[in-house]
Design a protein. Structure first.
Lengths: 298, 359
C-alpha cells in the first residue's frame, strides 16, 4: 500500500494553521503581561537611578546613569524614625518570626490533620467545622481581645507572642491541608500499622510523616508567603524590637524627611518582596497544587 | 494456632447495620473463606475480627480468649490487605520488621524471623528495595511476608489477590494454600472470586444481605447449594436455571414441567415436602447437561459455541430457555444444529421460586 501524496487527502499529521483566533489570544496575553509587569519595571528601573535622574520624571525610561547605591542605602542606611540601620533589621526580624512560626504551624497542622482523618475522634467533624469557621472571622475582631490576653499572660510585645499568633491563625488552613492529604491515603495503610502495633505517635512519625513531603512543601509555601507578607499582626503583637520587614518598610517610606528618596523606597520595597517572590518563582507548580489541594476536597 | 468464635455479633458501619446478631465458629487451623458480592459486608466482618472496627453487640473470642475490647495488636492476628498497604517510605526489610520493632523484639530475633519469612516467599533478593520498586505480585508477597513475620495465630486476608492479573493470581493462590499447609494456622479469607473460594477453603461462608446464606465445604456449596443465590453466585460458567412447576407423578412421584418440557423426578432427593403445583426453578450446571441422541429434553437449537481451550461451551435454546452446555473441545456440535439434552437426577437442584430455598 502506498499513501497518496496529494495535499488535500487527509494523511499523516494534520497541518496546523495560524488562525485569527490564535493571533487574538496572543495579543491579549501579551498586553495583560505588559500591564502586570509595568509596576515591577518602574520599580526596578527607578531603584537603579541616581536621585537626580528620578526627579527628571521620565519614570519608564532605563537609567541613564546606572547605580546600586539606593539598594545599599535601603539595606543598611535608610532611616525608620530615629534609627538609621536600613531595612536589614526588619529582614532579620522577619526571619526570626518566620522560622519558629513556620515549623510550629506545620507541625500543629499535620498532627491535627492526622488525628482528624485517622483517629475518628468523637466530634471530629464538629471540631473541624469550628476550626474552619475560625478562618472566616475577620482578623480585626481578634486583635483587641488578644492584646488583652497576652498582656495578662505577660508576653505581649515579644517574639513568643507574634509566633503564637501566627501558629494559631495558620492552624485552620494547615489542618485543612493535612487533613485532606491524609484523607486521600488508603485507610488500609493506617490499619496495617495499627495491627503492627503502632500507637498514635509512632504511626505518625514512622509511617505518615515520611510520606508527607509533598504536602509539607505546599504548606511551607503558603506559610512563608503568608507570614512574610503579614503586616497587622507584626505591628500589633511583635513589639518595637521585633517589627517585621513589612512594618519597617512602611516606616522607611513614611518617615523620610525633606525630599523623597523614591529610588531608595523602591529598592527597599523590592527587597521586602524578594522572599515571597523567590518562593513563587521557585515553586509555581507546587503553589498551584497547594491551592487546589485546599479547594477540591473538603 | 487458635480457634475464632464470633458470638452474637452486630456491626454498624457509617450508622448502617452491616451484621445483625451473627454467630460463626472457625476451628483451629481451618481455612474459612467469606465469599460474597461487593458490598455484602464481608470485609467489614473481617475488620471487626481484626479489631479495626468496634462491634455493637456480642463477643469475639480468639484462642479461648475474649478479645472484644482488645487492641488489634493484642489479638494475635496478622492481616493482608487488598491494596498491599506497604509502608511506602520503608525498605522491604523495614516493612517486614516494623511490627516486631514496635513490639520491642530483640534485633537478632527480628533478623531471624525476617530471613525466614523472606525465604518462604522467595523475596530474599528484594529486601533492600522500596515498595515502589516492586511489581504488584512482589508487593503482595511482601505484604504476606509482613503477616508471616508476626507469627500470628490467625491470619486475615482481605481480598489479597484482587489487584493482580490472572496469571499472578493463580500463582499466589497456590502459594497461600501451601503456606496454610506449612503453618497450619487458622486463616480467614475474604474474596468475591468463587474460584479462590473453591480452591482454598476448608469451608466457605457465602454471604449476602447481611447474612450467611450457606456455610459448608466447597463440594457441598457447589453441588448442593442451599438457595438460588448461592447456586447462581458460585460456579463459572453460571448454573442454568429453568422456571417451571411441580406436579404429582403417579403414586408418590413428582415431575417438573415447563411449557415445552417435562422431567420425571424419580431419583431426586427432596430437602422439603413439595406441594402440587408449586412454582420452582430447576438448576443444573453446564458440565452436567449431557448432549445425546436420546435424552430427557429435545428440541434444542444451538445458537452459538464458545471454545474455551480445555472445553467448549454450547449455548442451546428451546423457547424461552437458553442453556449452557459444557462439552469437550473436540465436539462436533456447531451453531444451528439441533440438540437433545440429558439431565442426570443426582445433579439437578430445585429451588422454590418465592423464597429461593432449596427443595
Amino acid at each position: 500500500m502506498t499513501t497518496p501524496l496529494t495535499a488535500n487527502v487527509p494523511s499523516g499529521r494534520r497541518p496546523r494553521r495560524v488562525g485569527i483566533a490564535r493571533i487574538g489570544i496572543y495579543a491579549f496575553l501579551l498586553t495583560s503581561a505588559a500591564f502586570f509587569l509595568l509596576p515591577l519595571w518602574i520599580m526596578v528601573t527607578t531603584s537603579l537611578k541616581p536621585r537626580a535622574e528620578v526627579w527628571e520624571g521620565n519614570i519608564l525610561a532605563l537609567p541613564a546613569e546606572f547605580t546600586v547605591e539606593p539598594w545599599i542605602k535601603a539595606w543598611s542606611e535608610a532611616c525608620t524614625g530615629l534609627d538609621c540601620n536600613g531595612i536589614s533589621v526588619g529582614f532579620w526580624n522577619s526571619v526570626q518570626i518566620l522560622i519558629p512560626s513556620l515549623v510550629l504551624s506545620i507541625l500543629a497542622g499535620a498532627v491535627n490533620g492526622y488525628a482528624l482523618s485517622f483517629w475518628r475522634v468523637r466530634g471530629a467533624n464538629l471540631l473541624f467545622g469550628i476550626l474552619l469557621a475560625g478562618a472566616f472571622i475577620p482578623y480585626q475582631v481578634f486583635l483587641y481581645p488578644l492584646v488583652r490576653l497576652f498582656s495578662q499572660a505577660g508576653i505581649y510585645n515579644s517574639l513568643a507572642c507574634i509566633v503564637i499568633v501566627h501558629v494559631v491563625f495558620g492552624m485552620p488552613i494547615m489542618t485543612l491541608l493535612f487533613r485532606n492529604f491524609y484523607a486521600s491515603l488508603p485507610v488500609e495503610l493506617f490499619n496495617a500499622a495499627r495491627i503492627d502495633g503502632g500507637g498514635f505517635w509512632t504511626i505518625f512519625t514512622h509511617v505518615l510523616l515520611p510520606m508527607s513531603a509533598p504536602i509539607i512543601v505546599v504548606a511551607t509555601i503558603l506559610q512563608v508567603t503568608g507570614i512574610w507578607n503579614d503586616f497587622i499582626f507584626g505591628l500589633t503583637f511583635a513589639g518595637r524590637e521585633n517589627l517585621p520587614m513589612t512594618v519597617q518598610l512602611n516606616n522607611i517610606v513614611n518617615s523620610t524627611q525633606g525630599e523623597r528618596a523614591y529610588n531608595v523606597d523602591m529598592a527597599a520595597t523590592i527587597l521586602t518582596a524578594l522572599v515571597p517572590l523567590a518562593v513563587y518563582f521557585l515553586s509555581g507548580r507546587w503553589f498551584v497544587r497547594g491551592i487546589a489541594a485546599g479547594a477540591v476536597k473538603g | 494456632m487458635a480457634e475464632v468464635s464470633l458470638r452474637d455479633i452486630s456491626v454498624a458501619f457509617h450508622s448502617l447495620t452491616v451484621f445483625d446478631h451473627l454467630d460463626l465458629d472457625i476451628e483451629e487451623g481451618e481455612f474459612l473463606v467469606l465469599l460474597g458480592p461487593s458490598g455484602c459486608g464481608k470485609s467489614t466482618l473481617l475488620n471487626a475480627i481484626a479489631g479495626l472496627l468496634e462491634v455493637e453487640t456480642g463477643q469475639i473470642w480468639i484462642g479461648g480468649r475474649n478479645v472484644t475490647w482488645e487492641e488489634p495488636k493484642d489479638r494475635g492476628i496478622a492481616m493482608v490487605f487488598q491494596s498491599y498497604a506497604l509502608y511506602p517510605r520503608m525498605s522491604v526489610r523495614n516493612n517486614l520488621s516494623f511490627g516486631l520493632r514496635m513490639a520491642g523484639t530483640a534485633k537478632d530475633e527480628i533478623a531471624r524471623r525476617v530471613a525466614k519469612a523472606a525465604a518462604m516467599l522467595q523475596i530474599d533478593h528484594l529486601l533492600d528495595r522500596r515498595p515502589d520498586q516492586l511489581s504488584g505480585g512482589q508487593r503482595q508477597r511482601v505484604a504476606i511476608g509482613r503477616a508471616l513475620v508476626r507469627d500470628a495465630d490467625v491470619f486475615l486476608f482481605d481480598e489479597p489477590l484482587s489487584n493482580l492479573d490472572a496469571q499472578l493470581r493463580n500463582e499466589l493462590r497456590v502459594e497461600i494454600k501451601r503456606l496454610h499447609q506449612q503453618l497450619g494456622s487458622t486463616m480467614i479469607y475474604v474474596t468475591h472470586d468463587q474460584i479462590e473460594a473453591l480452591t482454598l477453603a476448608d469451608r466457605i461462608a457465602v454471604m449476602k444481605d447481611l447474612k450467611i446464606q450457606q456455610l459448608a465445604s466447597p463440594q457441598e456449596i457447589y453441588h448442593r447449594p442451599a438457595n438460588r443465590f448461592v447456586a447462581g453466585f458460585v460456579g463459572s460458567p453460571r448454573m442454568n436455571f429453568v422456571d417451571g412447576r411441580l406436579l404429582p407423578d403417579g403414586e408418590s412421584g413428582w415431575r417438573f414441567t415447563t411449557d415445552s418440557h417435562v422431567l420425571r423426578l424419580g431419583g431426586y432427593a427432596f430437602d422439603g415436602q413439595p406441594q402440587p403445583g408449586q412454582e420452582v426453578t430447576l438448576g443444573i450446571r453446564p458440565e452436567h447437561l449431557q448432549p445425546a441422541d436420546a435424552g430427557d429434553w429435545d428440541g434444542f437449537v444451538v445458537e452459538m459455541t464458545e471454545p474455551m481451550g480445555a472445553d467448549t461451551l454450547v449455548w442451546a435454546r428451546s423457547g424461552p430457555d437458553l442453556l449452557a452446555v459444557r462439552t469437550g473441545s473436540d465436539t462436533a456440535i456447531t451453531a444451528g444444529s439441533s440438540l437433545t439434552l440429558g439431565l442426570p437426577q443426582d445433579r439437578i437442584s430445585l429451588f422454590d421460586r418465592k423464597d429461593g430455598r432449596r427443595l
